[in-house]
Design a protein around this ligand. Structure first.
Ligand code: PRP
Length: 206
């Protein structure tokens, strides 16, 4: 059996569609159900639906052998796992954005609102810019509008949220897409199964 952690939500459902195409469907899976584990002995998979940020924990700790996770979460939590495949989906960008016309005043630390404090800290360290990180849990775009922060460090997908709040991208930190990751011990003991899964998924996304 391969134990698979999938992120709950729209992207997870799409990722499950790819798993099905690759031959890893789960007959009893029901999207409308509140059940969190689905197992299919004929295809050899057990699916766990978890919060996207928790996929890294389940896979790193070995409760799941493999999982789908966004590069944003990988960069923030840096779990000790193998990154096997870029799924080429869920594409977006991690960006620094601010109110239109913003000018950085380097005489004081830059106030940065974000859901990704570790990634933001690394990014600004690499730029040599001193920052004060303001950790928020959502609606990040509100922070510069209300003067809570100078800039935000956040995900931009379509750019609609920025546009509708009169913000603009100042810099792009990195590109994001969904990745297939594996627990290191699982990769050793279930190597053939996990390699086969990786190859089948690669064939489906190409
Ligand atoms: C994410 C992200 C941005 C928005 C970007 O938020 O934090 O706010 O999507 O998408 P766009 O460029 O297509 O507008 P999410 O929808 O996850 O909600 P949140 O504000 O609660 O984090």
């Amino acid at each position: 059996m391969i134990n698979f952690a999938l992120p709950k939500g729209r992207l997870g459902d799409k990722a499950y569609g790819l798993l099905q195409k690759a031959g890893y469907s789960c007959a009893e899976y029901d999207e409308s159900s509140r059940k969190l584990i689905f197992t299919d002995t004929s295809t050899g998979v057990s699916l766990f639906w978890v919060k996207p940020t928790d996929v890294s924990v389940y896979v790193e700790e070995g409760a799941a052998d493999v999982g789908f996770i966004g590069k944003d979460i990988l960069d923030e939590y840096r779990p000790d796992v193998y990154e096997l495949l870029d799924m080429n989906m869920g594409k977006c960008r991690m960006c620094v954005a601010a109110k239109k016309g913003f000018r950085d005043d380097t005489s004081h630390p830059l106030k940065v609102a974000t859901k990704f404090p570790n990634s933001a800290t690394s990014y600004f360290q690499s730029k040599g810019r001193e920052v004060q990180i303001i950790k928020l849990n959502g609606s990040i775009e509100l922070a510069p509008v209300l003067g809570l922060s100078d800039v935000i460090f956040d995900i931009v997908e379509t750019g609609t949220t920025l546009r509708e709040n009169n913000l603009e991208v100042i810099d792009e930190a990195f590109q994001i897409s969904m990745r297939l990751i594996a627990n290191k011990a699982s990769y050793k003991f279930k190597r053939q199964d996990i390699q086969l899964l990786t190859e089948r998924l690669r064939a489906v996304i190409q």
